[in-house]
Design a protein around this ligand. Structure first.
Ligand code: GLY
Length: 294
């Protein structure tokens, strides 16, 4: 079966001429390339989406892992989600602090715990128990320098809101997987958890339909369970592209939501849609060259 992967670097009010958006698109290309290499070497869709999301989490230009927004108390709390489309197994973490790659922890929750979703201190203790080390706040904070970059280029901070990263893939064996990771919204209340780690909202994967990852305003995205809704559209015969476009339209019609969605369907077709200023993305089908945009 021909493999496919698509990644996103967050839908939002990006300044479309900014260096930051260009850096976000570059990070997406690197992530798609890393995921494509896993798939072409016979790796699983789960390995591909985790690898791709780790690249995105490591980018200081995107709101996940390093580069996450600070909350109202100057801390970073992150959410992440991963799902296996063959078994419907999933792992998620919410409001975790001082973890370099939350997607890695979400996967360990799926594999090594009897649970699907761990939050806060419990998730951090679980990380320690499976050998995932704590990092420092300095390892994660990149926003101050990014904010300085925006100020220097004359862009008001309110105009650079963007959020979340994600990846979805189909592997050689016909299995789908989805992964999403985020630092949430700028200056959010401590304890706030958005759509990203919620199954059906921030992500979904089912071999019968599609793998999807969402981005945007979490309080809106979760109300329409955007990823499960789009998965159901694929089940009704929509292509990945038509499902993403229809779900993003519904997001706005029902709750005036702003955001975006990426998908790979069970036939390996790619889809993406957003209703914000931009959403950096990149994708690769089989061994074809990486396509990217925003
Ligand atoms: N979409 C990410 C969040 O709202 O936290």
């Amino acid at each position: 079966m021909k493999t496919a992967i698509i990644v996103h670097g967050g839908a939002g009010a990006w300044d479309t001429d900014s260096e930051r958006l260009e850096q976000g698109r570059r990070a997406c290309r690197q992530a798609a390339q890393a995921g494509q290499a896993v798939l072409l070497n016979g790796g699983s869709a789960l390995d591909a989406v985790e690898t791709a999301v780790r690249v995105l989490e490591d980018s200081p230009y995107l709101d996940a892992g390093r580069g996450s927004y600070l909350n109202s108390e100057g801390q970073i709390e992150m959410d992440a989600f991963i799902m296996n489309g063959r078994t419907l197994d999933l792992g998620a973490v919410g409001a975790v602090q001082l973890i370099q790659n939350p997607i890695r922890l979400a996967r360990r929750v799926m594999i090594d715990s009897p649970h699907c979703f761990l939050v806060g201190r419990g998730a951090e203790a679980f990380a320690e128990s499976v050998g995932i080390p704590r990092c420092t706040l300095d390892d994660l904070v990149a926003r101050e320098s990014m904010d300085a970059l925006d100020i220097a280029s004359g862009h008001p901070l309110t105009a650079v809101t963007s959020d979340t990263v994600g990846a979805t893939a189909l592997d050689h064996y016909g299995d789908l997987a989805a992964a999403t990771s985020t630092g949430g919204t700028r200056r959010k209340l401590p304890g706030r958890v958005g759509d990203s780690p919620l199954v059906g909202a921030g992500g979904y994967a089912d071999n019968r339909t599609a793998a999807l990852s969402a981005t945007g305003h979490g309080e809106a995205l979760m109300k329409v369970l955007i990823c499960k809704t789009a998965s159901d559209f694929v089940g009704q015969g929509f292509s990945a592209q038509a499902a993403c476009e229809t779900a993003v339209r519904l997001l706005h019609e029902r709750v005036k939501g702003l955001g975006g969605l990426i998908a790979v369907d069970h036939q390996g077709r790619i889809g993406f849609a957003y209703n914000t200023a931009a959403m950096p993305y990149a994708y690769a089908v089989g061994d074809q060259e990486i396509m990217s945009g925003h």
